[in-house]
Design a protein around this ligand. Structure first.
Ligand code: ZN
Length: 277
């Protein structure tokens, strides 16, 4: 079974957990690690002969067009992670449309390829912001991968369908590719990305992906950020919870990712769900 491998391309100081401390206007003042960290991922993927979907921030693409061109040149799929990493449910429809349109255009200008996919910053498509999916249809997106069917303080739609499927709305239809969970003791447990991948032992992650593939006959959606493989990044003085979540087990991420690449087959979303896009 081909699983979906996805990378959200943003720098360590752009994350929502630090948005209260690191202002957007100050982004240029921070030491950038995005090129080095993304190259490390690209090299690892080349070693395994694997391709992925890279959800790139428009701001990153504008400042590092060479990096984005290289992601595309190495055969990966480019998709949008918004322009400046604002939570979708904090924006008006008009603000969201302008931000999303800008990010799509920048990526398409650099790569010469049509951008099909979108992932909201911090999975911020919730019950309050489902209108996002209508705007995405209107702006020419074929799929969205922003809904986390779990309970969390910042995101999530707990009762949402756990597996990919088309969603119809007033503007048309779009494929939703929710982030992977396994059912455990009556709960949806996120297993396949980011802080959860860093939190759980790799054997548990492997069990989860196998359970999705073999028992439920669905691909897993794995996600990571380039900063999660960079324990040497400058520390940001955020809230205790944010600092804990951000730095948890960061030294082990690279080895865990490597192990998953050895254990499973992966591809970009446009390939894994080629029949539905
Ligand atoms: Zn993000």
């Amino acid at each position: 079974m081909l699983n979906a491998l996805t990378i959200d391309v943003e720098d360590y100081f752009m994350v929502s957990g630090f948005a209260e401390i690191v202002k957007y206007d100050d982004w240029p003042l921070f030491e950038s690690r995005i090129e080095r960290n993304t190259h490390r991922i690209l090299d690892l993927f080349d070693e395994h002969g694997v391709q992925a979907t890279f959800f790139v921030l428009g701001w990153v693409a504008e400042h590092y067009p060479g990096l984005v061109a290289e992601i595309s040149r190495r055969g990966h799929e480019l998709a949008s992670h918004s322009y400046r990493h604002r939570l979708a449910y904090g924006l008006s429809k008009r603000e969201f449309r302008e931000d999303t349109r800008a990010s799509k255009r920048i990526l398409e200008d650099i790569s010469g390829k049509v951008v099909l996919g979108y992932r909201a910053p911090s999975y911020s498509v919730t019950n309050e912001s489902l209108w996002v999916l209508e705007v995405l249809v209107e702006e020419g997106f074929s799929y969205d991968s922003s809904i986390f069917p779990i309970r969390h303080d910042r995101y999530g739609i707990p009762g949402f369908k756990r597996f990919p499927g088309k969603i119809k709305n007033d503007s048309g239809e779009i494929l939703e590719v929710p982030l992977s969970t396994v059912r455990l003791l009556g709960n949806n447990i996120p297993i396949a990305g980011g802080g959860y991948l860093r939190l759980f032992p790799v054997s548990f992650i492997e069990w989860g992906i196998r359970s999705l593939n073999d028992r439920e006959a669905h691909p897993a959606i794995v996600y990571l950020h380039p900063w999660e493989l960079d324990p040497g990044q400058p520390k940001i003085n955020g809230s205790r919870l944010s600092v804990f979540r951000h730095n948890l087990n960061m030294r082990k991420t690279y080895a865990k990712l490597n192990r998953l690449l050895e254990s499973f087959r992966f591809g970009p979303i446009r390939e894994v769900f080629a029949d539905s896009i």
